[in-house]
Design a protein around this ligand. Structure first.
Ligand SMILES: [Zn+2]
Length: 371
């Protein structure tokens, strides 16, 4: 039987059928294949591992699963009434023996390096790596000191608070993460939104009213360093309230493309205090000044010199200043990030319809990133 072209075009592609079937059954549509070897028999097996994407347009089933997990984590964690138990398990005999072995190897390695026995040092370093792998397989968490930790000198920076930021009261941080109870039964938690400053007026669609005066540079730098600013905010908040505040948060772009933070905080914090912490929080970027372009478009760019292992000027062949050198010479921050004045906060009770709605905000992915 011969088919017309139109008939052939209507036959679904094999890949589409596979994807549609996977979607229907709620399994990953683009699993990775992993080769797994049995160390005893040497037999190889191929195992499909879900892609784990959180983006719906990449993999619907994985994104749905990830979202369901986030919703559960947020709901269970937000209004927790008992302190979670994080006591680590006792180290096992095997773990202790391996750690001792590692310490011995580490000492031998340092001696070999100091004595210039480089072949032996190489072997020891390999042994240390293997020991670390075994320790990790035995469930050890955290990082052990690397045998070749660079003896890097960090540049001393002034830790003095900026004069243009309000001071914050400081308390010792209790080991507590659960909020207080009020009237013997209410234990409210907070929903807080933090926004960056204005860079000039914007129109309904988020584009600047006046592109000539809009501060694009500050907008871009604030966005790049936003996560550091958020880290600072949590540190400051914990010091001010005096307990180990826990949270669940999401960062979203606003229409004007500036990131903002939505967060569910366990326990309640007065709005005035949140405002104070927000006004007093800043992050200083100790980067070399990057206001001026040195090499212009259309002109020759620096080239890599493999002998010098550095980029060199295209005409003079002089090596460019390295990042470390440039950072060393910095004496004032290249940029300071702060929040805008708007702080939205709201107290919510666990299990209410309102709390559920806010969990929805925190676990939605309204702006899908293109692949
Ligand atoms: Zn997937």
């Amino acid at each position: 039987m011969t088919e017309t072209r139109a008939e052939r075009m209507r036959i679904p592609l094999a890949a589409d059928i596979v994807q549609a079937t996977a979607e229907q059954h709620g399994v990953c549509v683009r699993p990775f294949t992993m080769e797994v070897g049995d160390p005893d028999t040497g037999e190889l097996q191929y195992v499909a591992v879900p892609c784990g994407s959180t983006v719906k347009s990449v993999c619907g089933p994985c994104a749905r699963k990830a979202r369901a997990l986030r919703i559960t984590q947020c709901r269970e964690g937000w209004h927790l009434v008992d302190e979670p138990d994080f006591t680590p398990d006792e180290a096992t005999t095997d773990q202790k023996a391996l750690l001792e072995l590692r310490a011995d190897l580490f000492t031998a390695y340092k001696q070999a390096v100091a004595g210039g026995q480089l072949d032996e040092a190489d072997e020891l370093r390999e042994e240390i790596t293997k020991t670390d792998e075994e320790l990790r397989q035995l469930g050890m968490r955290g990082r052990l000191p690397s045998p070749d930790a660079p003896a890097k000198k960090t540049v001393k920076r002034s830790t003095k608070r900026r004069q243009d930021a309000p001071d914050l009261p400081r308390r010792k941080i209790d080991k507590r993460t659960v909020g207080r109870e009020y009237a013997g039964k209410y234990r409210p938690s907070m929903f807080v939104t933090l926004t960056l400053d204005t860079y000039g007026r914007v129109q309904e669609d988020g584009t600047p009213v006046n592109p000539n005066t809009y501060d694009y540079r500050r907008a871009a730098r604030d966005a790049v360093h936003f996560s550091s600013l958020v880290d600072r905010w949590w540190q400051n908040l914990r010091r001010v309230v005096g307990w180990d505040v826990q949270y669940f948060a999401t960062v979203e772009p606003q229409k004007r493309a500036a990131p903002h933070l939505h967060t569910a905080i366990r326990g309640s914090v007065p709005h005035e205090l949140l405002k104070l912490v927000t006004a007093a929080t800043y992050h200083q970027v100790w980067w070399p000044n990057h206001n001026e372009r040195v090499y212009q478009d259309g002109e020759p760019l620096p080239v890599w010199d493999s002998q010098l292992a550095a980029f060199v000027d295209p005409t003079t062949r002089v090596p460019l200043r390295s990042w470390d050198q440039a950072v060393h010479e910095v004496d004032e921050p290249a940029h300071v990030v702060r929040y805008g004045v708007q702080v939205h906060s709201k107290g919510l009770l666990g299990g209410t319809e309102e709390a559920g709605r806010h969990i929805g905000y925190l676990t939605n992915v309204p702006h899908e990133v293109d692949r």
